[in-house]
Design a binder for this molecule. Structure first.
Ligand SMILES: Nc1ncnc2c1ncn2[C@@H]1O[C@H](COP(=O)(O)OP(=O)(O)O)[C@@H](O)[C@H]1O
Ligand SMILES: CC(C)(COP(=O)(O)O)[C@@H](O)C(=O)NCCC(=O)O
Ligand SMILES: [K+]
Length: 258
C-alpha cells in the first residue's frame, strides 16, 4: 500500500513516496521541481517509481497548477490512483481551526500544523506550539495546548522582500549578503533586514502565545528556506524537513483507514 504525498507551493512542487499511508511509514523516494517543470514529472522523476496506491496532497499554487499535476498523474500508464487534495476544515486529526473562515486557510499551513502537533505529541505531553514555515511566503502559526489553531501571520519570504526592494527603489541592486548584527554594506543590510524581519515577527508571536498560555511554547520550523533562518532565531527552533509530508501521512491514515 504505497502512498504518494504532494505539496505544491508557490515556488516548488515537493513529492514523496512512502511504503504506507501512516505516520512513520518508510520513505521510498522523494523529489522537488520548480513549478515550471511540473509538466515533465511523468517522463522524469516519476517514470521509474513504484506505483502509488493512494495519493493525498495540498496545493496553494492555484487551480492551473493542480490540473497540471493531475495531468502528470493521468499520464502514468501503470498508475490507477485518484488525486485527493486537503481542504482546510474546522477540525482535522485532533486540531481545531480558529480561522474566521476555516476553508480559506492555506491548506499547506493546515497540514503543516497537523504534522507539527503530532510531532510534539509523539515526544511527550501536549504543549503550546509555534509553527514557522519559510517558503515563498513565511507563515507563523500559534496552536494552544489543546490543539486549537489560534491564528497566524503571513509575511513575505526572503525572495519577495528583496525583489520588492529592488523594484521599489533606485539604488538597491546588489548580490546576496551575510546576516550581520551591524551590517556595514548594502548587501548585508538587505539580507540582515529580511532575516531579522522574519525572526522578529516570530519572536513577537512566541510572546503572544507565551502570554496567552502561561507556558513555554515548543517551536518548530520547516520550509525550503528554513535552514537560512535557523541561526538567526531568538528561541531554540527544531528544524523539521518534512512537516507537510508528516501532516499528509497523519491525515491519510485517518482518511484511508488501515
Ligand atoms: N534548492 C532550493 N531550490 C529552491 N528554493 C530554495 C532552495 N533552497 C532554498 N530555497 C528557498 O526556499 C524558497 C522555496 O521554498 P519552498 O518551501 O519550496 O517554497 P514553496 O512551498 O512556497 O514553494 C525559495 O524562496 C528559496 O528562497
Ligand atoms: C500563505 C501562503 C501564500 C503560503 O504559501 P507558500 O509560501 O507555502 O507557497 C498560502 O498558504 C496561501 O495562499 N494561503 C491562503 C491564505 C491564508 O492562509 O489565509
Ligand atoms: K509550502
Amino acid at each position: 500500500m504505497t502512498f504518494l504525498a504532494i505539496d505544491v507551493g508557490n515556488t516548488r512542487l515537493k513529492w514523496a513516496l512512502y511504503d504506507a499511508h501512516r505516520p512513520g511509514a518508510a520513505l521510498i523516494a522523494h523529489g522537488a521541481e520548480f513549478l515550471d517543470h511540473i509538466d515533465r514529472l511523468a517522463e522524469s522523476s516519476w517514470a521509474q517509481l513504484p506505483v502509488p496506491t493512494r495519493m493525498l496532497g495540498c496545493v496553494v499554487a492555484g487551480d492551473a497548477a493542480k490540473r497540471r499535476v493531475q495531468e502528470q498523474m493521468e499520464q502514468m500508464v501503470r498508475w490507477d490512483v485518484e488525486p485527493q487534495w486537503v481542504v482546510s476544515s474546522a477540525e482535522e486529526a485532533g486540531l481545531t481551526n480558529g480561522y474566521d473562515h476555516p476553508s480559506r486557510l492555506g491548506s499547506d499551513r493546515w497540514v503543516a500544523m497537523v504534522g507539527a502537533r503530532h510531532h510534539v505529541l509523539a515526544r511527550g505531553p501536549a504543549r503550546p506550539l509555534v509553527v514557522v514555515m519559510v517558503g515563498t511566503a513565511v507563515t507563523v502559526e500559534c496552536i494552544d495546548v489543546d490543539g486549537k489553531f489560534l491564528g497566524g501571520l503571513i509575511l513575505p519570504g526572503h525572495g519577495i522582500m528583496l525583489r520588492a526592494l529592488e523594484t521599489g527603489t533606485a539604488g538597491l541592486h546588489v548580490p546576496t549578503g551575510e546576516v550581520r548584527p551591524f551590517p556595514t554594506n548594502t548587501s548585508d543590510a538587505l539580507t540582515s533586514g529580511g532575516t531579522y524581519a522574519i525572526a522578529g515577527a516570530v519572536e513577537r508571536m512566541y510572546q503572544h502565545l507565551l502570554q496567552h498560555s502561561g507556558q513555554e511554547p515548543a517551536c518548530i520550523m520547516t520550509g525550503g528556506a528554513g535552514w537560512k533562518m535557523a541561526p538567526s532565531m531568538t528561541r531554540p527552533f527544531e528544524l523539521v524537513d518534512n512537516l507537510i509530508f508528516d501532516g499528509l501521512l497523519e491525515i491519510a491514515s485517518r482518511r484511508f483507514g488501515a
